[in-house]
Design a protein around this ligand. Structure first.
Ligand SMILES: Cc1cc2nc3c(=O)[nH]c(=O)nc-3n(C[C@H](O)[C@H](O)[C@H](O)COP(=O)(O)O)c2cc1C
Length: 351
């Protein structure tokens, strides 16, 4: 009998399929259904600071004297505290009712609220926290370094304030992603001298001044912009991925596995057991699924698990560690294959 257990961001999972953050996990009933369906862990729907901010603005518009700064500040703080209350209750209830790990998810834009909410999420009993960060680099005055600094600063402040494991879910579009992923996983390393005793015996040691993330989730699939040409207006693109969208994540999981100092969860385009197996072979510790649950229903989880088990039996693997990362670049005899970007007739036989 195949053992599907895995460790992800320090958490013990019965199997590597994690329900990604979505509206399927915005109520305790939803989380219970996902647990019953067989997922190894659940990421709750993100709490968005923007959402709470908008609610607070509405409150301010309802008869409060906005010129009274103290009142406006109070309403702002009160509104935000109030907005988080339901979310914290969801964490507490999910922890009470379920056995699987519950990972909260936050999306903030101001430092104060990142820290405030992260501490509250930890106190509410979440097993882990996923940071959902997405900065659109649309400002021509901001350099790539400025944009990356936003991610690094958020990780730094959160990791300094809470003890539960932290994952960072990000998009794929960075100019030097391997460099950024390494920095996010390592934290900031500073060489420090530790002198022991009077006689001058000492040990030089590298100690991070702040710790990196416990896991990277590669990659988020953000809201897509589309245009309705009949109505001549902006509309939302298809919110769901297809199985063809697995490749970007697959490439980066295979490139980074064994190289960054944190776990990796694959996300986007995983629609069946084959997708799960591919990501594990590339080196993922866990996979996150969302669209397939909306499109095929929660029964898809058992189908995927069966497919993984059957494949493991056929290949005589007993546990995930027997094959995880076997096709990562680090273990590859032909590492250049992981970095090929151009179609070359010789290899693909087309063109
Ligand atoms: C309806 C819907 C709601 C989502 N809400 C969130 C969210 O609140 N936070 C988040 O980090 N990702 C959210 N996502 C993104 C998913 O968690 C996931 O990363 C994305 O859909 C790619 O995975 P998939 O290919 O398995 O769908 C949402 C996706 C969908 C379709």
């Amino acid at each position: 009998m195949a053992d599907l257990s895995t460790k992800y961001m320090g958490l013990e999972l019965a199997n590597p399929i994690v329900a990604a953050s979505s509206s399927l996990a915005n109520s305790v009933e939803g989380v219970k259904k996902l647990e019953k369906a067989g997922v190894g862990a659940v990421v709750l729907k993100s709490l968005f600071e923007e959402q709470i901010y908008a609610e607070t603005e509405q409150m301010q518009g309802q008869g409060v004297n906005l010129y009274d700064t103290e009142a406006a500040e109070f309403i702002e703080a009160y509104g935000r505290e109030f907005g988080t209350r339901d979310y914290l209750k969801l964490i507490q209830d999910a922890k009470k009712e379920c056995k699987i790990p519950i990972i909260a998810s936050l999306n903030c834009f101001s430092e104060k609220w990142w820290v405030n909410y992260a501490k509250k999420v930890e106190a509410a009993g979440a097993d882990g926290l996923e940071l959902n960060i997405g900065v659109l680099p649309s400002d021509p005055l901001k350099t790539a370094q400025d944009v990356e600094a936003v991610y690094l600063d958020i990780v730094k402040i959160i990791k300094q304030e809470i003890k539960i494991p932290v994952a960072l879910k990000i998009g794929a579009n960075f100019s030097s992603f391997a460099n950024l992923a390494t920095a996010l996983s390592r934290g900031k390393i500073e060489a420090r001298e530790f002198i022991v005793g009077w006689c001058g015996r000492g040990a030089a040691e590298s100690k991070p001044s702040w710790n990196g993330v416990n896991a990277l989730v590669l990659f988020n699939r953000y809201y897509n912009l589309d245009i309705d040409i009949d109505k001549v207006k902006l509309v939302a693109g298809n919110p769901f991925s297809s199985a063809d969208e697995i490749h970007e994540s697959l490439r980066w999981i295979s490139l980074l596995s064994g190289r960054v100092e944190c776990d990796l969860a694959a996300s986007t385009g995983i629609h069946d057991g084959k997708g799960v197996i591919k990501q594990l072979l590339a080196g993922a510790n866990a996979v996150q699924v969302c669209s397939v649950l909306y499109q095929k229903g929660l029964g898809a989880v058992q189908e995927m698990l069966e497919e993984v088990k059957n494949w493991m039996a056929a290949h005589k693997y007993q546990k995930i560690a027997d094959f995880r990362g076997a096709l990562s670049q680090k273990k590859s005899e032909f590492p250049a294959a992981h970095e090929r970007l151009q179609y070359i007739k010789l290899f693909v036989g087309i063109e």
